[in-house]
Each structure stands twice: as C-alpha cells, then as structure tokens.
Design a protein around this ligand. Structure first.
Ligand SMILES: Cc1cc2nc3c(=O)[nH]c(=O)nc-3n(C[C@H](O)[C@H](O)[C@H](O)COP(=O)(O)OP(=O)(O)OC[C@H]3O[C@@H](n4cnc5c(N)ncnc54)[C@H](O)[C@@H]3O)c2cc1C
Length: 252
C-alpha cells in the first residue's frame, strides 16, 4: 500500500496496520461510513494527588442515573476519577473538553462523604460525551488491516478498549505469521471480531446495571449485589472471567 503523509511524502509498505484510533482514516476506506450515536451518558475525568489511607484498589460508587469509579495511578501517588452521569443534553465526543469542577460536584452532591472528600479536591476536569460506534464490518482488505479503536471503539464500562487493542495486535501478528500477508488478515478478523462484539455488548449492559433509576429495581439490584458480595465475594466477578481471565498469549 502507498501511504501519503500530511507533508506530501509517499511511503510504500508491504503491509498497512490502521491502529489510528477512534477517528481512523483507514476505517472508512475499508467500510461504509458509520454514524455514532450519543448514549445519553457523559463522563467527567480528573486526576488528583492521592490522599488519606484508601486501599490501593478500584472503587465504584453507584447511584440513580450516575456512578463514579476511583482508582490509584502511579503506584498510589495519584487518583484517577471517572464519573458518569446520564443526561439528555448532547455532549461532544473527545477526551479533552474542559469543564467546571462545580458541575461534577453538583451532580454527585447526594453521594457519601467519601465521594465528597474526593470531589472537593478536583481542580481540573474534562467532560467526555459517550458515543456508541458499530464494530467495523471489514477489518481488512488486501494487505491492510484495522486494529483497536479503529475497528471497534467501546464504551469504557469494562475497561477493555486498550486491552482489546493489544489482543488484536497479538492475534494479527500470529495470523500473519501463520498464513502470510495475503491470507493472514482474514484469519485475524475471524478470530477477533466476535469477541470484540461480545466485550462491547458487556460494556453497554454494565452501564445500565450501574444506573437503575427506579428505586425498587435499584434496591433489588444493589441489594442482591451486596448479598452476593458478602456471601461469596468472588462470585460477582466470576461472570466476567471470560473477559478478565482471558490470556491472548495462550491463543497462539
Ligand atoms: C478516559 C478513558 C479511560 C479509559 N480507560 C481504559 C481502561 O481502563 N482500560 C482499557 O483497556 N481501555 C481504556 N480506555 C480505552 C483506551 O484508551 C482505548 O481503547 C485505546 O487507547 C485504543 O487504543 P488504539 O491504539 O486503538 O487507539 P489510540 O490509543 O487512540 O491510538 C491511536 C493513535 O493513532 C494516532 N493517529 C491517529 N490518526 C493518525 C494519523 N492520521 N496519522 C498518524 N497517527 C495518527 C493518534 O495520535 C494516536 O496516538 C479508556 C479511554 C478513555 C478515554
């Protein structure tokens, strides 16, 4: 394939991998244009210095129409926050739209004191409109293939976007090694597309599980989660073993 760079320079490659993310230029070359739709959910993201004695683990706080995930970064030096709210107003897709931290605090003001203590320390926050994109139908043509977000952007609710990009890379390399540059790409798509669709569907469903607005459904759902968690703490996560227990390097 010939690739033309922004400065006009042309390079010829024996194989082209489109690992160019959400706004891939290769995806629409291989596929019909796909229209994303706004999910009615926005996410604030913020990073702040860690404080207090919180355990070094991810924590999820859930409430009607919103939830907040907090986890440590850099060996516990920093805290990363992703706070999701359901709303009707459309919000732009992108990682770097700054917002007023007061909007975040207002949205979560009914949450517990632990959440308030975290949010009052937020100084810079970014707002991100969550959109759903269909998984690309065609991941390859000739000696070109898509990989990662370019092929299958996902909502963040299973924390699998980067993971799937790495898994794709492993399987693409293995498929090309097994069948060569002409036949390898079809094997790659056959081995990856279905799994990507399943993971993305799980992420879509997880958003709904967190946000029950009806108080009865919420009480029943969260009550069941608490009960299972106290009786058999690992049980809640076992249903995701097929995701988090998956080791692509054992797949050949
Ligand atoms: C707030 C947030 C939290 C997330 N949390 C998680 C998580 O916990 N776990 C997880 O697995 N995933 C997570 N993700 C998703 C993850 O970041 C993405 O799925 C992942 O980065 C996709 O990797 P990629 O290589 O396909 O694309 P990208 O990381 O988007 O990389 C694409 C690269 O291509 C470059 N590029 C684009 N166009 C061109 C061009 N024309 N020419 C040259 N270069 C180009 C871009 O500059 C970029 O460097 C999160 C995402 C966000 C926004």
């Amino acid at each position: 394939a010939d690739i033309t760079f922004a400065d006009g320079q042309v390079e010829r490659t024996s194989f082209l991998v489109g690992a160019d993310g959400l706004h891939s230029v290769l995806r629409p070359v291989l596929n019909m244009p796909a229209k994303p739709f706004f999910t009615g959910q926005v996410a604030w993201r913020a990073i702040l210095p860690a404080f207090g004695q919180a355990a070094p683990e991810a924590r999820v706080f859930m409430g009607p129409g919103r939830h907040l995930v907090v986890y440590p970064l850099r060996g516990g030096e920093l805290l990363n926050i992703v706070a999701v709210e359901e709303r009707d107003a459309w919000a732009e897709e992108g990682w770097f739209h700054a917002d007023d931290p007061e909007n975040l605090r207002r949205s979560f003001k009914a949450f517990c004191p632990e959440v308030q203590a975290i949010l009052e320390r937020v100084t810079d926050v970014y707002l991100w409109g969550l959109h759903r994109h269909p998984v690309a139908m065609e991941w390859h043509r000739g000696r070109a293939a898509l990989l990662g977000d370019a092929a299958h952007p996902t909502l963040p609710f299973m924390a699998q976007g980067a993971v799937m990009a790495l898994e794709d890379a492993w399987i693409l390399a293995a498929s090309l090694a097994a069948l060569g540059l002409d036949d390898g790409p079809a094997l790659y798509q056959a081995r990856r597309r279905h799994r990507a669709e399943r993971v993305i569907e799980a992420a879509n469903k997880n958003a709904r599980n967190y946000h029950h607005a009806n108080p009865l459904v919420r009480a029943a759902g969260f009550g069941a989660m608490r009960l299972i968690n106290s009786l058999a703490p690992t049980r809640l996560f076992q249903r995701f073993d097929w995701i988090y227990g998956f080791d692509v390097t054992r797949e050949g």
